[in-house]
Structure formats: C-alpha cells, structure tokens
Design a protein around this ligand. Sequence first.
Ligand code: GLV
Length: 326
Amino acid sequence: MAEPPRVYVTRALPAEALGPLQGVAEVQGWPEAEVPVPRDVLLAAAARADGLLVLLTDRVDVDLLAAAPRLRGVSTMSVGHDHVDVAACTRRGIPVCHTPDVLTETTADLAFALLMAAARRLYEGQRAVVQGRWPAWSPFFLAGHDVHGQTLGIVGLGRIGQAVARRARGFDMRILYSGRRERLEAAELGARRVPLQELVAQSDFVVLLAALTEETRHVVDADLLARMKPTAILVNAARGGLVDEAALVRALREGRIAGAALDVFEREPLPVDHPLLDLPNVVAVPHVGSATVATRMAMARLAAQNLADALAGRRPRYCLNPETLA
Ligand code: GLV
C-alpha cells in the first residue's frame, strides 16, 4: 500500500478540527497554540512534507518552497493570503487553499464593533471609569460621533465588505464603496461606487476591507488621510500594510482625522511602545476579526478539508490557483 501523505500543521489545533486529515495523512505539527513555529523548524518540517497547513504568521515563500521538494498542497487557515507566494506555488504546480465565507459574518461583526467603539469612544470611557476620571454627568463629557444616518465608505466591497454594508443598512447609513470593479451586489445593498479619493472626502467612517497586494500597500497614505474629514474615523479590519502607519500617527496627532479603530497593524504583535498606543483616539485590538470559537473551528476544519482534498487529487472548495488542479 502507498505511504500516506505527510502533513505538517504549524500550530496546535483541536483534534476535532483536523478530522478531515485523520486516517488519510500522517499528521505532525508544532505543538504550541500561541507561539508561531520558528522558521528553522518550519523549514526542516517542510523538507519532508507533502502538505502544509499554515497560519497567517507563517511565510510560504520561495525559500520555503526550495526547501520542500515533496510539497503538493498548501492550505492556510485564513482568508487573507499575502503571507503565501501564490505565484511561486503555481509555478511549482502546488495548489494553495484558504478559508473565505466561513468567517465573513464574524469579521463583519468585529469591523462594525470597532466602528462603533471608536465613534462612541468606548475605550476612553472604560479607561475613565477604571481610573476614577468620571466627573458628574456633564453635557459634553466623552461626546462622540453618531453612527446612524452617517456616510460609510467601504474600501473593498468583497464578501466581508458586503456583510458590513448589510449591517450599515440597519443603521440607515449612506454607503459608498471603492474597488477595482463594479459589484453586482452593490445595487441591492444601496452602495454607490466612487473613486477612492471621493470616498474618503465624503465618508464619516472609512472601513478598509481590501486584500493586501502590491497595488493596495499603503493605499491609505498622507495624501489620502489629508482628504478625509476632520471628524472622520478610519477602521482597518483587513491588513496593516494597507495603511502608512507613520502618516496615520501624524494625522491623528494633528487632529486631521477624529480617530482610528484598528484590528491589524504593519507589524504584529504591535510593539507596546508604538506611538499609536499613546493616542487616546485610537482603538487597537490584536487581529481578532474572525476570533469566535465557532468561526475559528470552522476555519480550521475547512483548512484541513481543503488540504485533504488537494492531497487526494480532489478539487478543494477554496483553491486560489485552480490552474494547478488536474
Ligand atoms: C484573517 O486576517 C484572515 O485573513 O483570515
């Protein structure tokens, strides 16, 4: 009987989530749940692996591929795939899979929560209560910005962007979006496509939900920030690299925009001495967009199923380079 394929999983995941690989592959993995696999350990594991189940903290680049002669499948437990050199995998005929759809609603919930937390200054309020800085009820104490009835600008009306737009409709918001192409779904959502520069000039909330690519890196730079309203709030629930953080810090310090709510950063974990964290009008959370137990289980299971399918020569449900499939 042929040897089962060898799979390396780069983080400890519940056995139940890895069910699709049980019995069809020899599964090994990095045993830690909260510490990423060191690069040298990953390279050594890749050398004998037929399949890799990775996270967004693991770089799958040409060096890793060069170290992995047997590799026949890469599956990431994330929708974003900027950590994987998909073009290089395609050149090697290696399918790359990811986990969209199962995290859409959960991530949209978080994006909307960030928007509301920044608009209504929830973290400033929490700090004021905890630190005993709560004066008597006062007319403009911690007065923030309305959400309902305001203009929302969504940069990237993909699956998650559309889910945010659905939430915004419940708040009677006017919805604009920008992106490479017209979206058929936009009409139903009441969303109007405008150029990015017009979107930022008109929006009270700018929510970033685009993928990180060479074209979108630092799409929010000093120039774009200068075009935003001084009362506007920037929300980033996509990738830190979309924003020039140094320019964002300057814009916030100088009061050129009202606030920012960020789930993602150029460098993660965000260093605790980062200047963003000195600013009262910044809400910062640690890349938790899809972090509910149910959704993370669904993502892990889908990543395992995608890899099991790729290794068995079946068509995985979510393959980024289907041209590699027979
Ligand atoms: C999270 O950021 C993901 O890409 O799934």
